[in-house]
Structures are given as structure tokens and as C-alpha cells.
Write a protein that binds this ligand. Structure first.
Ligand code: SER
Length: 874
């Protein structure tokens, strides 16, 4: 079976068991503050497990793009060295939300593996949870008994919390699990040692392929477990490992998921892949790293996460840099090469994850530029690393920090290179230096998030903010405190609210919550999963009273103007620049809007004014908002609505249209009733934000008026400086011409003056040891004119030496020019002379035997410096 067939067979099997097959959530998470990347298939169903939402189908299955490179689950160091860890991997999963439980989950897993995929049942082991005293949990005898129907008792193992209790993160849904392990060893090896001995022992040949989690608890912030309202099933099967087992390979990299990439890397680098895992072939490791890392980086970029210096963007940058460094050192790639794999990747995944195919050119460009810029600093960094001081075989934390800060070397890269040299890195010292830098920049490092306190039970939040900006009868469902440094911020959830939570680029609403006479300011509103969370600096005294919630109307209206203008702008860009203009980010707020989009060159002035004109035309047409609040996603797609990559869309979506022929987007944000309300649109700036990404900043309505008025006022001020009503542009241009002429005139006058003093200087020439010497201190003569003067004097002297001290501001200079005969016959050397004389003016310098200068900082030493010459000639 090919990899694509294996994936399809999984979907087919669970579809027959009444599961709904859904698409993968984006690999980069937006609405979950506890996670940066999707690290398990169940992430997108967290709310279902916590009982906050009920799905329309309680049985679900999919293949999820996952990344385990940060936080609780982090495999980065292993990747490339072994045969079965990856940065990005696919997780096949089936879920029961309060529907079937252990019996079915186990029976179906067994049937699929042994009957559909035809894996040898005698090679399969199951592990079950042995219980945990601290958590007050007993053995999972129930799961073990079910397994006994399929497996002999000696292939069922009880294991500890580390291996058999699955948790999503520090907090969140969790539960005991049962893993399926597969023994891929030869029969001879199996006869020698039972696979049982190798389960959970990091053997590359006896590996976990499927994890069945019996979700029963929620881990709270204080570490305790709370029972979930219902029991659920959450399974996750490593797709790449499954393919290895089914295709009878010894490594994931030998399956058809990776072999085409390894071949392409061989072709590009001219290095042969030998498939070794004992660490003896670094080029093999480099090839596996390239084949693996390009997947993580490409899909993250396609889902909207650009490499950057903080958060998720930095994780992506680190992965990419790890690959670049391996390519450079072990595959001799001094030019970008990872980007050359993107095309193949897009092609291989076009049916499973089409988002890459659709943005291929863009992803290639971003990766190539990122590779290029890191290759530039890599060289310098590697040299620096060669020269760092090593004490006790350890590189100091400060050096590691310098490499990080100046050369962009992530600590794992420094660690890795050091290990190859048999050295250690003082990571504690590095972390200290890093922390010190962070503390300097930002004082909010640590946050403590409390658990939710329930005031009124319930999780259903009614958002009414599209239609009204005030409700008078809301109640508080729950609240919690967040401590950051010395500040406490409260988060409040209401059952009903007009406050829009930050999302889709639009900022969260501000406003007030009024409980009785208590007026509390809402400073921000954000989403956490599906909850709308109001941020306040204090809690109402009466928590269970009636809440009047009112949005700051002025802020909201201006924000709406900017949001609708963003849609009009998006469409105008598509029309003026082309359909490749994909939205790459946006910020919509009261003051202005920001729109990032994929486009490869700077927009011309003409393009900018075409876009501006088109948007203003649409504003004047006063097009009515056509809002479809809940339309099946398929219908929206058929209607040609613009969808964004990296967004998680449900089955039903909200569609915003301003003229079906002009702008139609899927959007959850707030908009004007008709475009005329926007009033006016002006682009304030256009520039680059990253490789292949441009940014437009624009203003609307009164802010656009202000913008234009400011420009007019500036112009009027300039006009009034001219005290005339003539054409200002012509006047400025005349002024510039006049200025140029005057500048030339000044230069000529200075040169004339210099020549004027020439004769006097020659007259005052002295002789030292038979050498004609002209020396003097000159004020305010620049070095260019001084040099001309010196050579003119030498020309007239025929043979001699000119020595100037140039006094200018607080930067004095010495200058010596000598004729050729003296250099040759007497061995004079201007460079050496200024070097020794420069100390008088607290400076240094040097140069040729015929001509040299020195700069200093002490004008008062000039006469001493001039006197010093005689000694040198004596
Ligand atoms: N959540 C579990 C895991 O990631 C099963 O899907 O292993």
C-alpha cells in the first residue's frame, strides 16, 4: 500500500463506522493561549472534551498536521538522528465525544491494524495504565480485560504514568491511555528476545504506533484532576510509523513519504544517501533533517506563520536554521537549497493538504530568503565558535549568548556544534544571559493563570455584538485572575455580550460592565477557544448581579470602518496587482488598518493610487452590507468567497459581501451597514515586512481627513515661508538648484584660499638636515583640499616634505607628504612618521611612505606634534 492509500483506508474504515471525516486544523494555533502549535489531533476538539460544546456528530476522524518542537512534547533533538521522530508529522485519529468508549476503541483499532492493514498480530503489544498513587488513580483493569480478547496476557503490559497517562499540556483534558506497539525485528531476533522487553525502551524496531486515550479528566492549574462530565475517546496514530510498519521498512525515511525527497536532495547536493543510523554518516543525518524540516517549515508558513524573532515565528526560524546549518556543513550547500524541495512537497500533499500547493511560490520565496540571510551570518558564527575560549571543555554561557544574539545561532545549534567537537555548553549561563536580556526589555516574563471560578453554571455565550452595542441583562458565568509581575488582571465570561473578541485581525472591544452602581472598565476582549473573555482591572463587588455590558461605540464604529475598508482594499489589490495577492495578516483598529499580503515587488505610485481610487469609488457607491451569518461552508465556497489559509473554519461560516461582483469574504468581524459610512480611504504607507510580504497602512473617515489636512497644512506652511503665491514645486526646485550652485561656489572659494597661502608657505620653508620642510597648522581646511595644497607645494619644491596639522572641530588631523627622491634615497616613510606623531593629538594613523594621515581627538597637541618632526628627521 502507498502512503496515500494507507491514509485513505483509515478514513474509509472510520467513515463506515459512522465517523465524520474532518479536515486538519492549521498547524499554528491562534485561539489557545496554552499552546503554540497543534501537537495532537485532539487540540481542535479540546472544547468538546471539556463539555463546553456539543458536536453535531459525536464520532469524528481525520489526519492532523502536528508539530512537536516546543513545550511539553518536544522531539527536535532526535529528528534526523533516529529513524522515527519528526518535527511535523501526521496523526491519524478517531474520536468519540461522549459516545463509544474503551470496548469499541480497542476492537476497531485491532480490526483496522490486523484485518485492513494486515499487520502481523503476533508482533503487536498493548500497554495499559498501572495507576498512580499521587493522582489517586487505580490500575486500568477494564482495558486490560478487553485486550485479553485479542492478545495473550504476556503481550499486555502495565506501564506507568509517564507512558500511559496522556496530557495535552500543563493543564487541560487528559486520561489514562493504552498504546499499541509494533515489533519489526526479524524472526531470529524475536526468538532471542521477547519484544515485551523492548516496549517503551526507545528501540527503533519496537515502536509505538497508536495511542488510545480514555479521556476522563481535566488537569487544573493547581495540579489536581477534575472528572469530565462525560467519557471520551481520543486516539492518535503516527502516520509515518504506520506506513513504515505496513511497507515493511526499517525507517520512516525509507517509506514513500520520504524517499522522493531524499532522492531529490541527493541529486541537488551530489552526495549519496547510505541510510546509516549509527552516527557514522553526518551527511545521512543532514539529508533526513532536510527532508523532515522542510515539511514543518513549509506547512507552518502556508498556515500563516512566518519565520520571526519571537514566539511561534522563532520556533520556525530555529527549525529552518538547523536544516541550513546541516546542509552547509555536511552537504556542502553554500547556497539556499531547502526551498527547492517545496515544489515536490506541494505536489505530494496536494490531495491531503492542498494549502501548500495553492501558495507554493510564496512559501518557496520565504524559505529561500530566510536561507540566504542565515547563510550570510552562519559563516561568521562558525568562525566565532572556532575561536571561543574553552574552559574545562565547556563554552561559556556568555559566548553562547553572543552567538545567539549576534549571529542568530539558536542554543540548540550551538549545543549541537559543540557536541560534535566534544564540548559542552554552559546552558545555565546562557539562560541567565538570555533572561537578563529579556528582563531588560520586558518586565512581564511570568504569568500565573488561576482556574476559572464558576458564578453561574454554563458555557454557552451569546454574542449579540453584530446587532447591538449594549445589553442590560447579562450575568457572569465565570471569572479568573491572571497575575503578571505585580499586576492582577481579571477575566470575566458573560452569558451574553455585545463585546467583540479580538480575532480575524480586528482588535477586541473596550467598554464598561455595570453591576448596580459599580462601573468597571473593560480594557480588552479576547477569545479563549470559544469563550469570549472580558479583561478588567477589578471584579464587581456583586458577582451574581445583573450586568449591563456596553461597548465603547466610537471606538467600535471607527474599527468597523477600517474593517470594511480592509475588505475593499483586499479586492482592489487583487484587481490591480493580480490574483496572487493572498492576505498574510491584518490589523484592524480604531486608528488605522494594516494589511499584509503576498506580493513580490514594491508597489508603484501608480498602482497605489489605482488601488486608492478603486476603494474610494466603492465607498461612494455606498454598497449595502450583505451579511450571511450562517451558511454551509460548501455554499460559501461555491459562491466564490475568499477564504484565508491558516484559519480554522467550521461547517457553517459567516460570509460578508459588498457587491457580489466585488468583495465576498468569510469573516467573523464587525462591519459598516453600507460602504458610504467609511467616508474616505487613504493609503499612508506601503513597504516590505518579510520576504515576499508587503504591508499597506491606511486610514479612513475622519483619520483620512486628518491625514489630508495635515499634508495641506504642511504645504501651506511651506508656501507661507516663500511669502508668495507662485507654484510651490517650482520654487522648491529653484531653491535646490540655487543651493547646488552656492555649494560649488563655496568649494571653489576654499580651494582658492588654499592656493593663495601656498606661496607664503613656500617662502617660509625651512631646512632640516638638508631636507626642505614646509610645516604649519591650518584651520578649517578639509583633508581633500589640504592634500591638493600639499602636492602643489611639493611640485614647486621639487624635493621636500610637507607636514600639516589640520585643526577642525574636535577632530584634529596630521598629514605628511614626501617627494619620491627622499623616500628612496633617505628612506623616509610618511606612514611611520604620522604613526609616532599621532600620540600628541591622542590618535593613531598610518599609510604609504609618500603620503599618510592620522586622526586624533586633542587639538591642543597639534603644535607639539609639529615640533616632533625635527627629531624624526634628525
Ligand atoms: N492525544 C493522544 C496523542 O497525541 C492521542 O491522540 O498521543
Amino acid at each position: 500500500m502507498t502512503a496515500n492509500q494507507i491514509r485513505q483506508a483509515f478514513f474509509d474504515y472510520f467513515e463506515k463506522k459512522d465517523h465524520k471525516i474532518v479536515s486538519s486544523a492549521p498547524i499554528v494555533l491562534k485561539d489557545d493561549p496554552t499552546l503554540m502549535f497543534t501537537n495532537a489531533g485532539m487540540n481542535q476538539f479540546k472544547d468538546l472534551f471539556l463539555g463546553y460544546k456539543v458536536p453535531d456528530n459525536r464520532r469524528i476522524a481525520n489526519s492532523q498536521k502536528c508539530l512537536r518542537v516546543s513545550g511539553k512534547h518536544n522531539d527536535l533533538e532526535e529528528v534526523g538522528r533516529d529513524s522515527y521522530h519528526h518535527t511535523m508529522f501526521e496523526m491519524l485519529g478517531n474520536w468519540s465525544v461522549g459516545d463509544y468508549f474503551k470496548k469499541e476503541a480497542i476492537a476497531w483499532a485491532w480490526e483496522l491494524l490486523t484485518k485492513v492493514y494486515k499487520l502481523d498480530p503476533s508482533r503487536i503489544y498493548a500497554t495499559v495504565f498501572e495507576g498512580d498513587h499521587n493522582d489517586g488513580l487505580g490500575k486500568d483493569d477494564e482495558a486490560a480485560t478487553i485486550w485479553e480478547q485479542y492478545l495473550p496476557a504476556d503481550r499486555i503490559l502495565f506501564c506507568n504514568k509517564k507512558d500511559n497517562f496522556w496530557e495535552m499540556g500543563e493543564t487541560g483534558p487528559c486520561g489514562p491511555c493504552s498504546e499499541l506497539h509494533f515489533d519489526m525485528r526479524s524472526d531470529a531476533d524475536r526468538a532471542k528476545l521477547s519484544g515485551r522487553e523492548l516496549v517503551n525502551k526507545d528501540s527503533p524496531e519496537v515502536i509505538e504506533i497508536w495511542n488510545l486515550v480514555f479521556m476522563q479528566f481535566n488537569r487544573m492549574a493547581d495540579g489536581t484532576l477534575q472528572s469530565l462530565p462525560e467519557n471520551h475517546i481520543d486516539t492518535g496514530m503516527g502516520f509515518e510509523r504506520l506506513c513504515m510498519a505496513i511497507q515493511g521498512k526499517k525507517s520512516n525515511y525509507d517509506t514513500d513519504i520520504f524517499t522522493p525527497f531524499i532522492e531529490l536532495i541527493e541529486k541537488t547536493s551530489g552526495v549519496k544517501y547510505t541510510g546509516k543510523y549509527d552516527g557514522s554518516s553526518m551527511s545521512d543525518i543532514a539529508m533526513r533533517i532536510a527532508a523532515d524540516h522542510v515539511r514543518a517549515v513549509s506547512f507552518a508558513i502556508a498556515d500563516g506563520e512566518l519565520p520571526g524573532n519571537t514566539g511561534a515565528g522563532y520556533v520556525i526560524r530555529r527549525i529552518l536554521r538547523r536544516a541550513v546549518r546541516y546542509n552547509y556543513t555536511y552537504l556542502n550547500q553554500e547556497e539556499p537549497m531547502l526551498f527547492k524541495l517545496v515544489n515536490l512537497l506541494a505536489d505530494k500533499f496536494k490531495s491531503a493538504f492542498p494549502e501548500l500547493q495553492a501558495q507554493r511560490g510564496f512559501v518557496e520565496k520565504v524559505i529561500k530568503e530566510e536561507e540566504k540571510s542565515f547563510l550570510k551570518t552562519l559563516n561568521g558564527g562558525l568562525k566565532r565558535l572556532d575561536n571561543v575560549t574553552v574552559v574545562d571543555s565547556t563554552i561559556s554561557g556568555d559566548d553562547a549568548f553572543e552567538l545567539y544574539d549576534t549571529y542568530g545561532f539558536p542554543i540548540d545549534l550551538t549545543r549541537l556544534i559543540s557536541e560534535e567537537k566534544g564540548l559542552k555548553v554552559d546552558e545555565e549561563g546562557f539562560n541567565k544571559a538570555l533572561q537578563a536580556q529579556k528582563d531588560r526589555g520586558r518586565k512581564d516574563a511570568k504569568r500565573e493563570t488561576g482556574d476559572w471560578n464558576v458564578v453561574h453554571p454554563g458555557r454557552e455565550v451569546d454574542f449579540v455584538g453584530y446587532d447591538q452595542l449594549r445589553v442590560s441583562d447579562a450575568k457572569i458565568l465565570s471569572y479568573r485572575a491572571i497575575k503578571q509581575k505585580d499586576e492582577v488582571v481579571y477575566q470575566i465570561v458573560l452569558n451574553k455580550t455585545p463585546f467583540y473578541a479580538e480575532g480575524g485581525g480586528q482588535v477586541g472591544d473596550q467598554g464598561t460592565l455595570v453591576v448596580g452602581a459599580d462601573v468597571i472598565k473593560v480594557i480588552d476582549t479576547k477569545k479563549e477557544n470559544d469563550l469570549i473573555v472580558h479583561f478588567t482591572t477589578r471584579l464587581p463587588e456583586e458577582l451574581d448581579g445583573k450586568v449591563e455590558a456596553e461597548v465603547d461605540e466610537e471606538k467600535r464604529r471607527y474599527t468597523e470602518n477600517n474593517h470594511s475598508a480592509t475588505h475593499l482594499l483586499h479586492s482592489a489589490l487583487n484587481r490591480v496587482l493580480g490574483s496572487h495577492v493572498q492576505q498574510k495578516g491584518s490589523l484592524v483598529r480604531e486608528a488605522n488598518l494594516r494589511f499584509d499580503f503576498a506580493h513580490f515587488q514594491k508597489m508603484t505610485d501608480e498602482e497605489i493610487s489605482d488601488v486608492e481610487r478603486m476603494v474610494n469609488e466603492k465607498i461612494r457607491e455606498n454598497i449595502k452590507l450583505d451579511e450571511n451569518r450562517s451558511i454551509p461552508i460548501k455554499d460559501a465556497k461555491d459562491a466564490g468567497a475568499t477564504m484565508l489559509f491558516g484559519e480554522k473554519y467550521g461547517d457553517y461560516v459567516r460570509m460578508i459581501t459588498f457587491d457580489p461582483e466585488y468583495s465576498r469574504e468569510l469573516c467573523g468581524g464587525c462591519h459598516v451597514n453600507a460602504t458610504g459610512e467609511i467616508g474616505l480611504f487613504r493609503i499612508v504607507s506601503e513597504g516590505a515586512v518579510a520576504a515576499g510580504v508587503r504591508r499597506i497602512e491606511a486610514v479612513t473617515s475622519i483619520k483620512a481627513e486628518d491625514f489630508i489636512n495635515d499634508k495641506i497644512n504642511e504645504l501651506n506652511e511651506i508656501k507661507s515661508l516663500f511669502k508668495s503665491t507662485q507654484n510651490t514645486v517650482r520654487q522648491v526646485s529653484e531653491l535646490q538648484d540655487e543651493n547646488k550652485i552656492l555649494q560649488k561656489e563655496i568649494e571653489r572659494l576654499i580651494a582658492d584660499t588654499a592656493l593663495g597661502i601656498k606661496d607664503d608657505l613656500i617662502k617660509n620653508a625651512i631646512e632640516v638636515n638638508g631636507i626642505k620642510v614646509v610645516k604649519t597648522i591650518l584651520k578649517d581646511l578639509d583633508s581633500k583640499n589640504a592634500k591638493t595644497l600639499a602636492y602643489n607645494i611639493l611640485g614647486e619644491l621639487g624635493s621636500g616634505l610637507v607636514y600639516f596639522g589640520l585643526e577642525s572641530g574636535d577632530k584634529p588631523q596630521l598629514m605628511i607628504a614626501i617627494t619620491e627622491d627622499l623616500v628612496n634615497d633617505k628612506g623616509l616613510h610618511a606612514g611611520n612618521m604620522v604613526k609616532s606623531l599621532a600620540s600628541h593629538i591622542r590618535g593613531g594613523g598610518g599609510g604609504q611612505p609618500f603620503f599618510a594621515t592620522a586622526g586624533g581627538s586633542d587639538n591642543s597637541g597639534l603644535s607639539k606634534a609639529l615640533e616632533g618632526l625635527n627629531v624624526l628627521l634628525g
